[in-house]
Design a protein around this ligand. Structure first.
Ligand code: NDP
Length: 293
C-alpha cells in the first residue's frame, strides 16, 4: 500500500472536477503533472506547484500512475487511443462518468494494452473534493485500489466494489437516478406553492428536513423488496397510496402546474393495481420498474 506522498501522478483533464482532484494531489505534496486539451486551465494548478505537460503523451510519460477525468467515454478514447504504447505497463484510474458497459469496455481496452485499470464514480461536486461528505466508488483492479487507496482517500471516502469495472458506474448512476427524481419532486412542490406566494427558498427550508426524514423509510421498503412479499402487514397499500396521490394531482392541477411528475408515479402504481395487487404494499411498484411496459 502506498503511503508515499512523493508518488508522481499525472492528471489528464482539468475541467471543474479534474482541477479539484488535481489540487488535492498537489496540496498533499504529490509531484503532479497536469494536461488539458485547451490552454489556460492548468495555470491555477501550476501556481500551486503542479507541472504542466504540453501534450497528453508527455503527461502519460511523466508518471506510472495516470488519472483521467474527462467529459465522457468518447473523450477518454479520443485522448488515450493514440497513447496505448506509452500507457503499457502503467496504471490508469478513470474517474470520468461513463455507463457500466462503457467502463467494462475501457477495462477490456486497458487489459489489451497491458494497462492496470481502476474505474471510479465520483459522488461529490468539485468543492466537496477532499471535504467531509465526498465519496468515490471504485471497481476494477483490486491491486490498483489497494496500492493507491491512501492517495484516493485524499479526494473523499474510497470504497471498492469488485473486479467488474462496471459496478462503480452502476452504483454511481443508480444513486444519481434517485437524486434526479428527488430534485424533480422538490421542484414540483416549489411550483405548487408559488401561486400561494411562497418562494422556492422558503419551500426549500420546509422540504429539506421533510425529505431527509423520509429517507428513514428506505430500509423498510428495502426489507419488503428484498423479502419479495408485498403482502406483509404494516405497509401503506397501493390502493391507499393511489387515493392520496390523486389528491396531490388534483391540488397540483388546481394550482395550475403540470401533473407530469406525479402522473409518472401514478402510472407505476396503477399497473400493479390493474394487475390485481391493490391491497399490497407501495413497495410493489418495483415490479413495474423491473418489468418495463
Ligand atoms: P467539465 O465540462 O468542466 O470538463 C470537461 C473536461 O473534459 C475538460 O477538461 C475538457 O477539455 C475535457 N474534454 C472534453 N472533451 C474532450 C475531448 N474530446 N478531448 C480531450 N478533452 C476533452 O467537466 P467536469 O470536470 O465537471 O467533469 C469531468 C467528469 O467528472 C465528467 O465525466 C463528470 O460527469 C464527472 N463528474 C463531475 C461532477 C461535477 O459536479 N462537476 C460530479 C461527479 C462527476 P477542454 O477544457 O479542452 O474543453
Amino acid at each position: 500500500m502506498t503511503t508515499n506522498n512523493s508518488l508522481r501522478v499525472s492528471m489528464l483533464g482539468l475541467g471543474a472536477m479534474g482541477s479539484a482532484l488535481g489540487a488535492a494531489l498537489v496540496r498533499a505534496g504529490h509531484p503532479t503533472t497536469v494536461w488539458n486539451r485547451s490552454a489556460g486551465k492548468a495555470d491555477d494548478l501550476v501556481a500551486q506547484g503542479a507541472q504542466a505537460a504540453a501534450t497528453a503523451g508527455d503527461a502519460v510519460r511523466a508518471s506510472r500512475l495516470v488519472i483521467v477525468c474527462l467529459l465522457d467515454h468518447a473523450s477518454v478514447h479520443d485522448v488515450l487511443d493514440p497513447l496505448t504504447d506509452e500507457l503499457a505497463g502503467r496504471t490508469l484510474i478513470n474517474v470520468t462518468t461513463t455507463s457500466p458497459e462503457q467502463s467494462r469496455e475501457l477495462a477490456a481496452w486497458a487489459a489489451d494494452a497491458g494497462v492496470a485499470y481502476l474505474d471510479g464514480g465520483i459522488m461529490a461536486i468539485p468543492p466537496m473534493i477532499g471535504q467531509p461528505g465526498s465519496s468515490i466508488l471504485y471497481s476494477g483492479s483490486a491491486d490498483v485500489f489497494d496500492q493507491y487507496k491512501p492517495l484516493l482517500d485524499l479526494w473523499g471516502d474510497s470504497t471498492y466494489f469488485g473486479a467488474d469495472a462496471g459496478l462503480a458506474s452502476l452504483y454511481d448512476l443508480a444513486l444519481l437516478a434517485g437524486m434526479y427524481v428527488m430534485f424533480v419532486g422538490f421542484v414540483h412542490g416549489a411550483a405548487m406553492v408559488a401561486p400561494a406566494g411562497m418562494t422556492a427558498g422558503e419551500f426549500a427550508a420546509m422540504a429539506a428536513p421533510w425529505q431527509s426524514a423520509m429517507t428513514g423509510a428506505f430500509q423498510g421498503l428495502a426489507a419488503v423488496i428484498d423479502g419479495g412479499d408485498y403482502t406483509v402487514d404494516g405497509q401503506q397499500s397501493l390502493e391507499f397510496s393511489d387515493v392520496a396521490l390523486g389528491g396531490i394531482l388534483d391540488a397540483s392541477a388546481d394550482q395550475g402546474v403540470s401533473t407530469e411528475v406525479l402522473a409518472m408515479v401514478q402510472r407505476l402504481m396503477r399497473r400493479q393495481i390493474d394487475a390485481g395487487h391493490g391491497k399490497e404494499g407501495f413497495a410493489r411498484i418495483v415490479e413495474s420498474i423491473r418489468q418495463p411496459r
